[in-house]
Design a protein around this ligand. Structure first.
Ligand code: SF4
Ligand code: SF4
Length: 367
């Protein structure tokens, strides 16, 4: 059997949902498009400079003698029946959350994007990629084994992750800029192995969305400014993960979202009736999941933040970003009993927290 087939067969055994291979040639098309977007200011918040785009669009900058890229996708489309969530919540040590959960489903509750409900996907992907790289090494003859070099990449730049997956045939670009696969829709996370092995590449995926424009219409902030173009500065997924201030005109549009945004994926017809995956590590770990209680987040301590969000992708944004987001969400949906928490936050040492707590109090009073 050819090495490429062995790699693909093995990947299924370790729970990789889609895999494809492409060359390590530079991604020049992507580079041109993204340099244009940097010039238009869309990536200002991300600190993407033209130098950085040039760097990440050429795989050889990350591994000098790179010849191939193995792209993988893991679906996080776990079944989330209420009974499943209940079962996990019951086995979790809870304190102030539990009372609230029994009585309410909405009210003072926020939304976390689905990809962040379980264990930090960086860890999961890196682990799968390492097992795959070890398998490849085990299949090489002694001489080739010594020469085998590889680099595991996860989130080195979402731009390139998607371009790699597209060129490796894993899926096509949706108009919301997500990569869409036939079996799992866009509920996937991407990672790569860059290697000096010469492997036979797969065909790129040229499918497209046709006439559909549901995601463009559904985006609450108008961030999808035209098909395949997102102004990152307006995207809730980005806004809820960045530090600092948020433009006033976007605060209401964020709604109850405190980390990420699934709207343009939820409305996508290609995400309906896709396969579910049975993966414990992507199931919600309370308090993450549906309808997170916002009140305890407003004044949470570092210890509480670590207890509730350790091992989650959310841990990367830090406590105060999540507190700010919870406060904004309360401004948008909070009930009068949230006032006591927000008032306390108006005396916080952090200026941003004080500012949005006052904003939220005014919003609730005016409702
Ligand atoms: S993630 Fe949300 S805000 Fe961003 S483009 Fe999609 S719908 Fe719009
Ligand atoms: S909602 Fe429609 S246009 Fe948007 S990604 Fe899905 S199929 Fe494409």
């Amino acid at each position: 059997m050819y090495l490429e087939s062995e790699i693909k067969n093995f990947s299924k055994k370790i729970g990789i949902d889609a895999i494809g291979i492409t060359s390590a040639k530079p991604f020049n098309n992507v580079k041109r498009i993204f340099i244009d977007r940097v010039r238009r200011g869309f990536y200002k918040d991300l600190n993407y400079t033209i130098e950085k785009i040039n760097f990440i669009c050429n795989p050889k900058n990350m591994l000098t003698d790179a010849k191939s890229i193995i792209s993988i996708a893991l679906s996080y489309n776990v079944p989330i029946g209420e009974e499943k969530i209940e079962e996990r919540e019951n086995s979790y040590e809870y304190d102030i959350h539990s009372e609230e959960r029994k009585t309410k489903k909405r009210g003072n509750t926020g939304i976390i994007a689905k990809f962040a409900w379980g264990i930090d996907y960086h860890k999961v992907l890196k682990n799968k990629l390492k097992i795959l790289a070890d398998f490849i090494s085990s299949k090489l003859l002694n001489d080739s084994k010594k020469r085998f070099k590889y680099k595991i990449l996860v989130d080195t730049g979402p731009i390139v992750d998607r371009a790699v997956a597209n060129r490796a045939g894993i899926g096509w670009y949706g108009k919301n800029c997500n990569i869409i696969t036939k079996r799992f829709g866009s509920w996937i996370l991407l990672g790569e192995i860059l290697t000096n092995l010469k492997l036979k590449p797969d065909e790129p995926n040229f499918e497209n969305c046709g006439d559909c424009d549901l995601c463009i219409k559904a985006c609450p902030t108008g961030a999808i400014i035209s098909p395949y173009v997102i102004d990152v500065r307006k995207c809730i997924s980005h806004i809820t993960q960045k530090r600092g201030e948020i433009p006033l005109n976007l605060l209401e549009k964020i709604g109850r979202r405190i980390y990420g945004c699934d709207i343009c994926q939820d409305v996508c017809p290609l995400n309906k009736e896709v396969e579910f995956v049975e993966k414990d590590y992507f199931l919600p770990i309370p308090p993450r999941g549906k309808n997170i209680n916002l009140l305890p987040l407003v004044c949470m301590s570092e210890i509480e933040f670590n207890r509730w969000f350790k091992n989650s992708a959310i841990s990367w944004v830090g406590k105060d970003v999540l507190r700010r987001n919870a406060i904004i969400a309360l401004g948008n949906v909070g009930e009068s009993n949230s006032m006591v928490f927000l008032s306390k936050a108006t005396e916080d040492r952090d200026e941003i927290i004080r500012k949005y707590a006052s904003w939220a109090i005014n919003k609730i009073k005016n409702r």
